[in-house]
Design a protein around this ligand. Structure first.
Ligand code: XMP
Length: 514
């Protein structure tokens, strides 16, 4: 039986991934495709419904993104959002033009709650608007189902044809009941039953991996991050001892992290796999001695990592599969899925070791969003500290030390960072930042401890809130949290006599220090 799928057709909107995540939160599997994929490719997916995203263009202009109008008579329900709604109206004979009043922000919208889309919702609902153009009049056959004082067609529908459109963004949390609207679309309009559940995903993936891998050997570079750990657990469940995980201990991990990875995946852990811990600490510190330039440090670490991994892999001889912890946002961001251009070529998609002898790549998490990866990890029995770990860059603490990296400085930043995380973790989860860590500024200054003058390092604390890590706000934390951490760090970490808090947004600063 084919899994129910809803397709998000991406017209360049900034919330495309969010739409897909919200649909999946309704237990319906959802994939993102660029509008350029074309109608035939979409038909081949046999979707239960389609959602058009927003986008920066004007639907009435000649070369704006569009889709074969045959999609409207195909019979599969469509929901157009923002630009997607204007495109649908324009294509079907409605009137779309520049709005006399631009609408932006939270807006009170009057909904017709008889609409299948708005069933069970209040008639007055706050919705997130962001548009310069508007639908002046709906296309023939459509009924207007929502409006605002400035927007005569905030939603419209032609139930007979299964076509729905909303000017606002139900996918963002600023829209009250937005997820309920999407739920109404996928259940009431598309007739989905909701078969996307994590336990069945894990079960199906394990079975599919078994079939694909057969008796073959699999190799995985285990970094200790969430993605590669969940990938390892999934493969362990599927093929056990046919899997070898190589963990490169470069000595730059957060406090206790290397030991935790070895505990979970090593011989005393829960998984019956081959686990290799390559102790390469000295090699990395030697290579990094005297190196201060950030890019040089990153390059050295990247290259040395591949070299150690290759050396270990060579000892195993030829393998059949190389496993990677690629996740869905990596796929979309690499331009393979949606329309949001190539934002960055992600390190997981590409950047493979040259000399490892393998036939094929397996990527068991390719369809999952980050929070779904965490959920899959829990399902597979991984400990919470591993599953809920926050992102750490590949070069790890080496880029949280400004200037030269030494074992002593790593130990110092490990200790300060552990204290900072401990204090922040006392806050309820909803108040915690998206990413928070300590960095060593490499600046020394004068202090006084007891009756003695000190000349020691300053540690910087960072805490940011972000949804995409492309831009970030400084998280407003309680003063007591920062004060408690600062006191503990100067008292408990030797050679730190000053703690600073980084109040810079991204841009202009980046999240990491190097
Ligand atoms: P920046 O510092 O660029 O960081 O604002 C944005 C996000 O990316 C993470 N980051 C990295 N992740 N390899 C990674 O896998 C890297 O080299 C790397 N550099 C930064 C950073 O932690 C933040 O979440």
């Amino acid at each position: 039986m084919q899994q129910e799928t809803v397709i998000v057709l991406d017209f360049g909107g900034q919330y495309n991934q969010l739409i897909a995540r919200r649909v999946r939160e309704c237990n319906v599997y959802c994939e993102i495709y660029s509008y350029r994929a074309g109608l035939d490719a979409i038909k081949a997916k046999n979707p239960k419904g389609i959602i058009f995203t927003g986008g920066p263009n004007s639907a009435y202009l000649e070369d704006s993104p569009a889709i074969d109008p045959a999609i409207y008579t195909w019979g599969v329900p469509i929901l157009g959002i923002c630009y997607g709604s204007q495109l649908m109206m324009h294509a079907l004979g409605g009137s779309v033009c520049k709005a006399p009043e631009r609408e932006y922000g939270k807006t009170l919208v009057t909904l017709d709650t008889v609409s299948p889309l708005f069933r069970g919702l209040p008639a007055q609902n706050i919705c997130w608007m962001s548009h310069n153009d508007y639908i002046a009049s709906a296309a023939p056959g459509f009924t207007v189902t929502a409006h605002t004082p400035n927007c005569p067609v905030a939603a419209a529908e032609d139930r007979a044809r299964g076509l729905y459109c909303v000017q606002f963004h139900p996918e963002v949390l600023h829209t009250d009941n937005g997820t309920r609207m999407l739920r109404n679309f996928v259940y009431n309009v598309c007739g989905c039953r909701g078969d996307w559940k994590m336990d069945s995903f894990v079960g199906n993936t394990v079975a599919a991996l078994r079939q694909k891998i057969g008796g073959g050997k699999v190799l995985l570079a285990l970094s200790g991050g969430v993605d590669s750990s969940v990938c390892a657990a999934m493969l362990a469940k599927a093929v056990g001892k046919q899997l070898t995980c190589v963990f490169v201990d470069h000595g730059l991990h957060r406090k206790n992290e290397a030991a935790e990875v070895c505990k979970v995946f090593g011989p005393d852990g829960d998984f019956d796999i081959n686990f290799v811990c390559a102790d390469a600490k000295d090699r990395f510190f030697q290579k990094l001695a005297g190196v201060c330039a950030p890019e040089r440090k990153r390059k050295i670490i990247g290259e040395e990592f591949i070299r150690v991994f290759e050396e270990e892999a060579k000892k195993l001889g030829a393998v059949d599969f190389l496993a990677q912890g690629t996740i869905y946002p990596d796929v979309v961001e690499s331009g393979l899925g949606g329309e949001s251009a190539v934002i960055k070529s992600h390190h997981n998609v590409g950047g493979l070791p040259d000399t490892v002898d393998f036939k094929e790549i397996v990527e068991p998490l390719r369809d999952l969003f980050k929070d779904e990866v965490r959920q899959a990890g829990r399902e597979l029995g991984l400990p919470e500290y591993l599953v809920s770990r926050q992102p750490c860059p590949g070069p790890a603490l080496a880029i949280r030390i400004i200037g030269e990296v030494t074992p002593e400085k790593i130990a110092l930043v490990q200790d300060a960072d552990a204290i900072w995380r401990e204090e922040v973790d006392k806050l309820p989860p909803a108040r915690r930042p998206s990413q928070y860590f300590a960095a060593l500024t490499n600046m020394r200054s004068v202090g006084v401890m007891g009756d003695e003058r000190t000349y020691d390092y300053a540690v910087a604390l960072r805490a940011v809130t972000t949804s995409d890590f492309m831009t970030a706000e400084v998280t407003r934390l309680p003063a007591e949290t920062i004060t408690a951490a600062a006191n503990r760090i100067v008292n408990e970490v030797k050679h730190v006599n000053r703690v600073l808090f980084d109040y810079t947004t991204k841009p202009p600063a980046t999240i990491e220090f190097e």
